[in-house]
Structures are given as structure tokens and as C-alpha cells.
Design a protein around this ligand. Structure first.
Ligand code: SAM
Length: 217
């Protein structure tokens, strides 16, 4: 079930929560890419740069670009409207120790900001091993934020989180890969578990300037 939990009209961000529906959800099959005959890395980036590699595969080959990318993510995170995220779920009603998985959480900037505001929550930031290696939370939050290498194209290994939070993750991937990421979370979904998607949404056609429309796309 998809529920719109909030819209930030200034930058067309939206937050969606997904809970497990009563209908049967199929987990991802291990040979997903082979079955569908698709290229795992066929992204807009690959097409624009005439490469078979996706953005993140390309970054892996260039450690200094990977570092620059991570810094850029942190710089962009300075503009995050944390209140918008805090209002999207009844976070404060969760009991102490509730676990939030920040999937594709980069170097943890968002989890750090949320941990400062929501003392009842524990965060596990999952990202590629290149991104999380050596990253640490600020000392005061170290007991509540952990980092874990996890490829979201494999089945989710962290069971028991109350919320699986995806911020700025899905806009990087074509629909088929997004579906694969979702399916990898089916095995850990309980009826109260939430998938929280916090991402850019496209404007309705002809409601913004062509430049803004182009920028979003
Ligand atoms: C646009 S960044 C968003 C980072 C963070 N969620 C935020 O909002 O600042 C997308 C993140 O997805 C991560 N990522 C890409 N491919 C991944 C994969 N296969 N498994 C886990 N994380 C991945 C990247 O390393 C990057 O940190």
C-alpha cells in the first residue's frame, strides 16, 4: 500500500510510505537481470556517457571522484529540511531502540540529522562498501548510528528494522531496477514495517518553466 506522507512544494519533494499489503508480494529472483534480459546498469547516465557502466560503477573506478561525490552529497545535505522528514511519520511514538535502516544512506548525513532530533531511534546506514568504509558517526551519536556495507540489489539482510528509509535513491535507477530493490525488501517486511521513500517528484506538465522541467528530469 502506498501512502503519500508529505509534499514539500518548494522543491517538489515527496515522501511516500509503503506498508505490506495482504496480497502476495514476490521477492526478487536471484537471476532477475538474466531473466528479464536487461542490463543492470542501463541508466540515463550510461546512455549520456556512452558506457555500459552505471554512475556508481564508474565512481568505483575513480576513488577521488567517489570522494568528491560523497562530499557533494554532504554539501547538498546541508539544505535538507529535516522538519519535513520528521513530520512524515509518527517517529516519536516508536519505542526506544527502534531501528531505522537508511538504505543507500551515503556517509550518514541524513541519519545523523535525524538521530539528533529523534533520540528514541537507532540508525543503520547501508551503502556500498566503498562509501561506508572508514565512515564514523560523530562521537556523541556513535552508540545509535552504525554503518553497514550492503548492496541493495541483493536481498536485504537486516531484518527487524521498523523503517527502511530511501532518500534520493530511486531517482537514480530505471523502473525495473527500482522494482528489484523493492522486491529485495519483501522478505523483511512485517505488517507494521514501513518503506519510506523520500525523493524528487516531477511537476505536473506545463506548470513550471521548461528549464526547471529539464533540470528535474
Ligand atoms: C544520491 S545518493 C543519496 C545519499 C543519501 N541517501 C542522501 O539522501 O544524502 C545515492 C546513494 O546510493 C548509494 N548506492 C548506489 N548503488 C548502491 C547499491 N547497489 N547498494 C547500496 N547503495 C548504493 C550511493 O553510494 C549513494 O550514497
Amino acid at each position: 500500500m502506498f501512502l503519500l506522507a508529505g509534499t514539500d512544494s518548494r522543491c517538489a519533494r515527496q515522501i511516500w510510505t509503503i506498508t505490506r499489503s495482504k496480497s502476495v508480494c514476490k521477492p526478487a529472483s536471484k537471476d532477475f537481470y538474466v531473466t528479464l534480459g536487461i542490463d543492470r546498469f542501463a541508466q540515463g547516465f550510461s546512455l549520456a556517457n556512452n558506457t555500459n557502466l552505471g554512475l556508481y560503477e564508474e565512481l568505483k573506478r575513480w576513488p577521488e571522484r567517489q570522494d568528491r561525490w560523497n562530499s557533494a552529497m554532504s554539501a547538498m545535505a546541508l539544505q535538507i529540511d529535516f522538519e519535513f522528514i520528521v513530520q512524515s511519520l509518527p517517529w516519536t511514538s516508536y519505542p526506544p531502540g527502534t531501528i531505522v535502516a537508511d538504505v543507500g544512506g551515503g556517509n550518514g548525513t541524513v541519519s545523523i540529522g535525524l538521530a539528533e532530533r529523534l533520540p528514541n531511534l537507532q540508525f543503520i546506514v547501508q551503502d556500498t562498501s566503498e562509501t561506508v568504509s572508514g565512515v564514523q558517526a560523530p562521537e556523541t551519536l556513535r552508540g545509535r548510528i552504525r554503518f553497514q556495507a550492503h548492496d541493495f540489489f541483493t536481498e536485504q539482510t537486516l531484518a527487524g528494522a521498523q523503517v527502511y528509509y530511501f532518500r534520493n535513491v530511486f531517482h537514480n535507477w530505471p523502473d525495473k531496477q527500482c522494482i528489484h530493490i523493492f522486491r529485495n525488501h519483501v522478505p523483511v517486511m512485517r505488517h507494521t514495517t514501513k518503506l519510506l521513500i523520500d525523493d524528487f517528484a516531477l511537476h505536473h506538465p506545463l506548470t513550471v518553466s521548461p528549464f526547471e522541467e529539464f533540470r528535474k528530469r
